[in-house]
Ligand binder design. Structure first.
Ligand SMILES: [Zn+2]
Length: 458
């Protein structure tokens, strides 16, 4: 299947979604009862007063629903969805070396696609419409195939890992091969599906890359405008090893190799040194807050307020299912808000600021501010409709408080990407969930058998 289908009823002039309360996240943060005219090109044609007639359109009744921009997760690992629960109770470097890297090395194209499909199913059902995904070393075409067929907006790439301690032979690669394979994938996939699929250069982290690879990635990004995505300063021991090896802090080391600026997205950034925060702010480098993963691996709490005060753009991500055990942006939003209150006091980072990190700030990180992140004329119709009568979200106060602290993935009813409805009444339109889970189970057993892992052991 080359294009996604959602069997929508649409008029020759598109569809009007009527009756919803719309949280636009536009410049004025407009919230209100609006009708949304979606053109046949999948873009938002107009944001209308309720009931305004538009010729040649079909109506979609969204009465009683709240519509928000499709949520954006700027750090996930779809290759790890099958590994949920298989690398528990370990700090970062042991978590990687003892389990995650061997598991990734045991993937074949089929298991990788099964892992991606399972992850995308969870993401779309929960209202995440865009991701920035770090792949594993091999078989990256399978990730793009999954993204293409399921309809999610996908930016991602293969992990670059051309050196480092504890990397299994199954993931080992030379610098030349790693960069050449990255280039091949970029040529093959960047811009496919009307620009819904984009390539990102993904050096895994400083400790898995030679300076030659890091510089090579920086040079390619500068030339092509493609995003660079890497991990940085997730845990203190990782940062200390980098400092010892390079004589400067982690984020400064990346910067000295040219990995900096508006095209660079750093996952975690829990332990920036003071001067690094200023560097990121002046360069326009983005950081991704991964609350569940940071708590589960004992990494720490990112200095969200300090980043915001300095002017660093902070996006949101659930990381991989192997370290957060879920891919639910609503849970991450709630945790981001709670952690900020714990660190800086209640409301110092308010709910609207928290909601921004999964919408407009995420769009900025992906370099897609002109296309997604808010509900505005000309932007893609990446939309999420949630029920307004769930018990946990009932009550008064700010809509943003309700969205950040009281909304759950199960409240999502419909999801559109580029105007295609990928979730209808809580059911995926592009994947069969039962088959997806069954395929994932087969793939998980195949990988466990390759490594001699007991899936029932703690
Ligand atoms: Zn990660």
């Amino acid at each position: 299947m080359d294009t996604i289908t959602s069997a929508e009823v649409s008029g020759p002039n598109g569809t009007v979604i009527r009756g919803a309360r719309v949280v636009t996240m536009d410049r004025d943060r407009t919230v209100g009862n609006r009708d949304l005219h979606i053109g046949t090109d999948g873009r938002i044609r107009s944001v209308l007063d309720p009931g305004a007639p538009i010729d040649g359109t079909a109506d979609f009744d969204a009465s009683g629903l709240i519509i928000v921009p499709g949520l954006i997760q700027a750090h996930v690992h779809l290759c790890q969805t099958l590994f949920r629960g298989l690398s528990e109770a370990r700090p970062l470097l042991r978590w990687l070396r003892e389990r995650i890297w061997p598991l990734e090395g045991a993937h074949d194209p089929e298991t990788l696609q099964a892992s991606a499909n399972l992850g995308i199913a969870e993401l779309l059902l929960g209202g995440t419409t865009s991701v920035l995904d770090m792949g594993t070393v091999h078989h990256t075409d399978a990730l793009f195939q999954a993204a293409k067929h399921t309809g999610i907006r996908y930016t991602g790439g293969k992990a670059v890992m051309d050196t480092g301690d504890g990397i299994p032979g199954s993931l080992a690669e030379t610098t030349g091969h790693s960069l050449a394979e990255s280039d091949r994938l970029a040529d093959r996939w960047h811009g496919v599906s009307g620009g819904r699929l984009r390539y990102a250069y993904c050096p895994r982290f400083v400790l898995s890359c030679t300076p030659e690879a890091l510089r090579g990635v920086a040079e390619r990004s500068r030339r092509s405008g493609m995003v660079i995505h890497t991990h940085a300063s997730e845990q203190p021991d990782e940062a200390a090893i980098v400092r010892k090896a390079y004589g400067q802090p982690n984020i400064a080391t990346l910067r000295s190799m040219g990995i900096r600026g508006p095209g660079t997205v750093l996952a975690h950034g829990v332990w920036p040194e003071a001067e690094e925060t200023l560097m990121m702010a002046s360069d326009g480098t983005h950081v991704v807050h991964c609350p569940s993963s940071n708590m589960k691996l004992g990494s720490g709490v990112i200095p969200l307020k300090a980043y915001r005060d300095a002017g660093v753009n902070v996006a949101l991500g659930s990381d991989g299912a192997a370290c957060s055990n879920h891919l639910d942006a609503w849970q991450e939003l709630r945790l981001a808000g709670l952690l900020a209150s714990m660190a800086n006091g209640p409301g110092v980072v308010d709910a609207i600021a928290v909601f921004e990190i999964a919408t407009i700030a995420g769009a900025r990180a992906l370099g897609l501010s002109d296309r997604i992140g808010s509900i505005e004329v000309g932007k893609a119709a990446d939309l999420v409709a949630i029920t307004s009568d769930a018990p946990a979200s009932s009550g008064g106060g700010s809509i943003y408080t309700r969205l950040v602290y009281g909304t759950r993935a199960t409240d999502v009813r419909h999801v559109w990407v580029d105007g295609h409805r990928v979730v209808r009444n809580g059911t995926l339109t592009t994947l069969n969930l039962k088959d997806t889970m069954a395929s994932a189970d087969v793939a998980r057993h195949r990988i466990a058998a390759r490594l001699g892992i007991d899936l029932n052991a703690d």
